[in-house]
Design a binder for this molecule. Sequence first.
Ligand code: 5GP
Ligand code: MG
Length: 184
Amino acid sequence: MAKSNLEQDILKVLVTEEEVAKRVNELGEELFDKFADKNPMFVGVLKGCFIFMADLVRATQIQSELEFIGLSSYQSGTASSGVVEITRDLQKDITGRHIIVVEDILDSGNTLSFLKKLLEAKGAASVTIVTLLDKPSRREKAITADYVGFVVPDEFVVGYGLDYDQKYRNMPYIGVLKPEVYSK
Ligand code: 5GP
Ligand code: MG
């Protein structure tokens, strides 16, 4: 294990590195079965997706392409503003393409319901949502993911791509921060 000065801020581990790896491989197999002959385009939602995306596409050995989109629904802190902005748009035409959206966490649903409509308006043939984490207790929009890594309770989680104030994305597991970290 790598030396860490992040671990000291973690109250508890929700999903271990081993559990993540196992689940990502299962998701890759399911995506293979559904998309092997469809030349899909993976669309990752920056920045939270970046580690999950890297592992998921390597667990899904099919002809495919990948793109990223930048979306932001957070001003700061840990609560959604409800307003979604495009901070970096897709660089490719997606007309007629089968899209696999890769997201870190489905929370209020504002981000993914906005993105799904956007991709459909851009002419996608289909939109499939893969989210590493799902926090169903906080949903405001009627949206469900097609593939979910783990369902998590209503707690603010970090690690494996997910941040607090742009930090902790590089932790290899998913955990909850100590309350004093927020009041620093
Ligand atoms: P939604 O639009 O569904 O409310 O939120 C989606 C985005 O909010 C996620 O992509 C993520 O960036 C952020 N988010 C929601 N819940 C959490 C959480 O528990 N931890 C972190 N780090 N980000 C979260
Ligand atoms: Mg995100």
